[in-house]
Write a protein that binds this ligand. Structure first.
Ligand code: 5GP
Ligand code: ZN
Length: 137
């Protein structure tokens, strides 16, 4: 528990939330400002800041719960699809610094769009592959 963390306070039930699922390691609750109704946040109960900070056990637990929630959204809402999203660090738009995955129900024709893609410049595609393979060695 980090004392000034909003999502730790939700985990401790110090702040109310529409909790839809919980297990030993994770909590899932409705986002108060959803892209579509049913938009759910999945968090580890143990505080970590983001993808860089979370350990493997908690990450696996968050992924497991995200899948469970996706199935529930499909069952409850007959959703046309689901986006999973995660903002990590302020540079990626993170606003609450307790790791969380957004599970977002989608409907054909809703106003949301996937992120825009931009093609690589000549030669940069292969160079990027090499750079990342080197980082993964
Ligand atoms: P992110 O940090 O990934 O950019 O977004 C944080 C998300 O938390 C936002 O989608 C926002 O609507 C949601 N959020 C912010 N404050 C609260 C809150 O008090 N309760 C709930 N349930 N969601 C919140
Ligand atoms: Zn926290």
């Amino acid at each position: 528990m980090t004392s000034d963390c909003l999502f730790c306070k939700i985990t401790a039930r110090e702040i109310p939330a529409q909790v839809v699922y919980e297990d030993g390691d994770t909590l899932a609750f409705l986002d108060i400002n959803p892209i579509n109704p049913g938009h759910t946040l999945v968090i580890p109960k143990e505080h970590s800041k983001d993808i860089f900070d979370i350990d493997e056990k908690n990450w696996a637990a968050v992924m497991r719960t995200s899948r469970i929630v996706a199935h529930a959204l499909e069952k409850a809402l007959k959703t046309d699809g689901i986006n999973l999203g995660m903002n990590n660090r302020a540079g990626a738009g993170q606003m609450i610094f307790h790791a969380h995955v957004h599970v977002m129900p989608r409907t054909v024709g809703d106003p949301h769009r996937p992120w825009p893609g931009r093609p690589y410049a000549e030669g940069e595609f292969v160079a990027m592959g090499e750079k990342l393979r080197a980082a993964l060695k």
